[in-house]
Design a protein around this ligand. Structure first.
Ligand code: ZN
Length: 430
């Protein structure tokens, strides 16, 4: 089902023409701010120089630091009286990021959420519990207005009071829920402890934090729903930037509203479709806060343009990590999340692993210490060799890099309280 079939399926030259036209408008809009007047001048480029989508590479990047430096309203391209809402993100370091919206921005944002929800079969017959933080966090109001737009019955339950949330799901016959994956798991646990099976739930929309395919399986099993991944960031309105369709093989990014590139985070060079790197987004229709080539810090890759059975265009792979975590090993970009993903899919692997990187005779060597699972640990040498070979082959297929695998007994690696520190890079000490 489509909310806006024309825009969701626009392709080829027609799409490129629309993107260029909107990009030029966006560059002019950005040019109303001091930041972009300076940046464009430094880059020696003007909006009129941008004639094809390839020319986008000549444009300067924008980073989170730029937004913090512009605190509070330095990146607004319209007078404050035209800004009808402000959201902020809590910066873990330094000033928060402030995002402003015109009336049209809010309208566009709701439209994108409406597309996402229609795409997965939701509509006016659905009862929707929006169990995320309302207020400054964009996930609350963002989904709220999009859901109302398509006529769903919206329950702005926000977070907290989990037993009450479960009662509402049961008493109101809630069919769809939006929350963080970790809160969904908590809901499942509490529902199980209350002896509630939540039979009316059909659809779960989960976002705002990364979650794995195994988490998807667990949420679907325990809550009895179909789980969809939602991607967004406040700098681009909030949620609604990209979303899974029923195929659930990558997220469609709304190509008429966002121009996307993937770059090598170390060099800033644009990567080819299929290569994994940092997602860079240029919003094409934002009035209050236009941005040029915003570096999201999120790791993904562009997927095959013509591949989706649903008929929509550009997809990105589910976010596999953050740039800050990237390792460069023998010139190959490796993300710890990729290693984790491979290991978690193998039944022979237990709970913990550690990655060590050394430089041996000027060459990078990666060694992964892996706890075996209790079921696979027999202590027989031929078993160990077979499992070791299987794991290193799987890793090589995914990472494109040969790694040494060392198997250790179950429960023998260190445990972490709080955030796990699984990568030890010893190259600096060589
Ligand atoms: Zn699709």
């Amino acid at each position: 089902m489509f909310w806006n079939r024309a825009m969701e399926t626009i392709r080829g030259d027609e799409l490129a023409d629309l993107q260029i036209k909107r990009l030029k408008w966006s560059l002019h809009q950005a040019g109303k701010t001091g930041l972009y007047q300076r940046r464009m001048k430094e880059a020696g480029v003007s909006p009129d120089d941008i004639k094809t989508l390839e020319d986008v590479e000549r444009l300067p990047f924008t980073t989170k630091k730029d937004l913090q430096a512009g605190y509070p309203f330095g990146l607004f391209a319209v007078p404050l009286k035209e800004v009808v809402r402000i959201h902020t993100t809590s910066g873990t370091t330094g000033k928060p990021t402030v995002v402003g919206y015109t009336r049209q921005d809010l309208e566009n944002w709701s439209e994108l959420i409406a597309r996402n929800m229609t795409m997965i079969g939701l509509g006016e017959d659905d009862i929707f519990q929006n169990a995320v933080n309302y207020g400054l966090f964009t996930g609350g109001l963002g989904f709220h207005y999009g859901a109302e737009k398509i006529g769903m019955t919206v329950i702005p339950s926000a977070t907290g009071n989990t037993r009450r949330q479960i009662e509402m799901i049961e008493d109101f016959g809630v069919t769809a829920i939006h929350c963080t994956p970790s809160y969904a798991l908590h809901l499942a646990e509490v529902a199980e402890s209350m002896g509630k099976s939540l039979d009316t739930l059909k659809t779960g929309i989960f976002g705002a934090e990364p979650w794995s395919e195994s988490m998807r399986g667990e949420l679907e099993r325990r809550l009895g729903l179909k789980a969809y991944d939602s991607y967004g960031l406040s700098e681009m309105y909030g949620p609604g930037v990209a979303f899974e369709c029923p195929e659930r093989d990558g997220l469609h990014i709304w190509h008429d509203s966002y121009l996307v590139e993937v770059i090598d985070p170390a060099t800033g060079e644009r990567l080819d479709p299929g290569e994994r790197g940092e997602l860079v987004i240029t919003p094409l229709v934002k009035e209050a806060m236009p941005l040029i080539r915003y570096r999201t810090g999120d790791i993904t890759r562009l997927m095959d343009e013509d591949g989706c059975a649903c008929g929509r265009g550009q997809k990105i792979e589910r976010i596999t990590g953050r740039c800050d975590d990237m390792l460069v090993i023998r010139g190959i970009n490796v993300f710890p999340s990729q290693i984790e993903h491979v290991l978690r899919s193998l039944p022979e692997v237990g709970d913990q692993f550690m990655v060590y990187i050394d430089r041996v005779k000027h060459l990078d060597e990666m060694t992964i210490e892996i706890e075996m699972s209790k079921v696979s640990f027999s202590g027989e040498l031929q078993d160990l060799a077979r499992i070791q070979k299987k794991i290193s082959t799987e890793l090589q297929n995914t990472l494109g890099l040969r790694t040494a695998v060392r198997l250790v007994e179950p429960a023998s690696l260190p445990r972490f309280e709080g955030k796990a520190r699984r990568v030890i890079d010893r190259r600096g000490n060589a």
